[in-house]
Design a protein around this ligand. Structure first.
Ligand code: AMP
Ligand code: FE
Ligand code: FE
Ligand code: ZN
Length: 290
């Protein structure tokens, strides 16, 4: 009984369709999966349907980019209500910012004499939440770079000439957004960046869980984060962060977490939902003056 709680589809920067991802999850004998596309939940209904057909449990989620003390962190909201009004408004805003960033990166490339058109990137991305991987893929598709690595190394990596900083909300805002949409906030891949420095502050801001298992975590890191999670009574999650074929080979199946962590995540979600319900009833009673 194993799960992968960090996966992307073609609705953000992955290459699998929801149906292909479900088939891969089935092939890897996963009992539960979560979709964590960047800044969009559009793939969730289709993946939920495909998972149901295959007897796989599905958890809707979304990965947000945030920052704290100038350190970029990624926060995953699990069990988000995709119909939550504020979440819907914010997601559209994040998507518009992403599209604007693509145009800015293309303008920089043009300034460097690289004749890429933003339409080519948008056509290839074919989604509302495009990112640098789509620019890299378009550069390769147009014959302007020979590989994705070359596109990143020459142009797109942080500090390279076509790199444009990404919009990031504060960690506090992200956690609040996730909570008010009924979700649980989990700090993704803390082993990347210099995340350890800000973990105490993110916990103080209401963090619910820590992604201890991740493709880029060494055994040592996983142990380290499991200890931090235990010491701070945080939920434990993990996943492959599979982007399909967009980073060479698909990562799904490389990280499988025991189902007990999914149980704990579901318990916390249900408990939170009950608490929120009680709070709403209390508030309604107070307001009615009874
Ligand atoms: P963005 O959100 O637009 O800044 O793009 C971030 C995405 O680009 C993440 O999924 C990264 O894993 C991916 N990425 C960063 N560096 C590279 C690289 N050298 N090759 C392929 N993908 C990369
Ligand atoms: Fe990504
Ligand atoms: Fe991430
Ligand atoms: Zn991810």
């Amino acid at each position: 009984m194993l799960a992968d709680l960090h996966l992307h589809t073609c609705f953000s920067d992955g290459t699998y369709t929801p149906e292909e991802l479900a088939a891969e999850a089935h092939r890897n004998a996963l009992k539960a999966i979560a979709l964590t596309d960047h800044d969009t939940m559009e793939g969730c209904p289709r993946l939920a349907a495909a998972c149901e057909q295959l007897g796989i449990e599905f958890i809707p989620a979304c990965e947000f980019t945030a920052e704290l003390d100038d350190i970029e962190i990624h926060l995953i909201g699990y069990f988000l209500d995709s119909q939550n009004e504020r979440l819907k408004v914010e997601l559209v805003r994040f998507q518009e910012v992403r599209q604007r960033r693509i145009r800015e990166m293309v303008e920089r490339l043009n300034g460097l004499g690289v004749p890429l058109r933003s339409e080519a990137v948008f056509r290839l991305a074919n989604c509302r939440a495009p990112g640098r991987p789509h620019v890299a893929r378009a550069l390769v598709a147009e014959g302007l770079c020979s590989s994705l690595d070359e596109a990143f190394d020459r142009f797109l990596k942080k500090g390279k000439p076509a790199w444009v900083p990404k919009f990031k909300m504060s960690a506090l805002e992200a956690i609040d957004l996730i909570h008010q949409a009924g979700g649980l906030a989990v700090l993704a891949h803390p082993g990347l960046n210099r995340t350890d420095e800000v973990i105490p502050q993110v916990i103080a801001a209401g963090l619910d869980g820590l992604e201890c298992f991740h493709t880029k975590h060494s055994t040592w890191m996983t142990e380290h984060y499991l200890q931090i999670a235990e010491a701070n009574r945080l939920l434990v999650t993990g996943g492959s962060d599979c982007h399909g074929m967009s980073k060479g080979k698909p990562l799904i199946g490389t990280i499988k977490v025991p189902y007990q962590y999914v149980e704990s995540l579901k318990d916390a979600y249900h408990k939170r939902a009950v608490d929120n319900g009680i709070m709403l009833v209390q508030r309604a009673v107070e307001n009615s003056g009874v």
